[in-house]
Design a binder for this molecule. Sequence first.
Ligand code: DQA
Length: 144
Amino acid sequence: KAIHIINGPNLNLLGTREPEIYGSQTLADIETLCRDAAPQANITFKQSNIEGELVDFIQEAGRDADVIIINPAAYTHTSVALYDALKAVGIPAIEIHLSQPAARESFRRRSFVSEAAVGTISGFGAESYLLGLQAALNLAKASG
Ligand code: DQA
């Protein structure tokens, strides 16, 4: 099963970026965790700081993947383009966050991506990725 894990802006700085909020693991550490947790899955793992590149990643996933896992980072709260891209490709998407946006600043309460996602997992640090991966594998299995 092909699963694309797409990461948005500033997640390349994980490890040093506000570790009290986002933890001390790097994005490469998280990628390794995901690959080790699902050796049977065909995982593509990407990051960009650029909104349009994330749109391109979603479109590529629409051609190649069974399920998208996306941590849209700050674009969660602003991006109609990511919402439209997820709607356009029509494969199931799972939204994940390391932190719990609902418990933070009020501007993080709105998610455009949630409106195009099957479900959201947030607040569990790097484990949010593993929980998202579990959900993605189940969805991929259910869709045959
Ligand atoms: C985040 C939460 C977002 O609000 C924030 O802008 C991020 C990371 C998270 O994983 O907790 O960059 O998506």
